[in-house]
Write a new protein. Sequence first.
Length: 285
Amino acid sequence: MAMPVVDTEYLKQIDKARRDLRALISNRNCAPLMLRLAWHDAGTYDAKTKTGGPNGSIRNEEEFAHGANNGLKKAIDWCEEVKAKYPKITYADLYQLAGVVAVEVTGGPTVDFVPGRKDSKVSPREGRLPDAKQGAPHLKDIFYRMGLSDKDIVALSGGHTLGRAHPERSGFDGPWTQEPLKFDNSYFVELMKGESEGLLQLPTDKALLDDPAFRSYVELYAKDEEAFFRDYAASHKKLSELGFTPGGSKSGPKDSIILAQSAVGVAVAAAVVILSYIYEVRKRV
């Protein structure tokens, strides 16, 4: 599909969609679901084959029917309400914007968002997303395939501070924290405490303590929420831009005119400097 033209009108629609998403997510308490939608659309990326990633393909029935995406059709339908109002915005941008807003409205860090992602109708094969029943080697296989690091793995796992597992979707039940609609570092605090009644710890959660490379970050984030927020914002941005080069989308006519005017301005300024220099030299001679 064609690259979006990120012009002034596109950016206006992004701003309006952001406001609508804030209201929608707050009113329906669906921040965890929207964050999961964004992650699952992006988390299929393969750095070697340059396939998958945040391209909106999760809206395809073939993909949202994957076992790991159980329950996400609801989030896709809610995003469709916003898309209908702002048709210029690609699904790829809309889903990632929803994830950024979900973190923001629940008290989390501000994640930098740059629009311009291209939509795709091609879905990757099933099995590219993490399996909660697995351990550290599996997590590394999945995230290294995307081009992400150990720090990214742990920081992004902290997103489980939002929401709860549902048995009909994953086979697991319960929240990870006492306040599942508040984005903070309590996921790591609870992880360091060990298992608590009423709270969930998946095999992939416990793997963060078992692996030394992961554990150092868990310990840091449990005691330093600012460090977690800083690293989470950076890792979330990386995930949301896998296979996407910000600034690589087409510019509209107005943007081209502005760039041309800027180039002319630079050329004129350079000419003035050169002429001034020549004049000074002649004066001295």
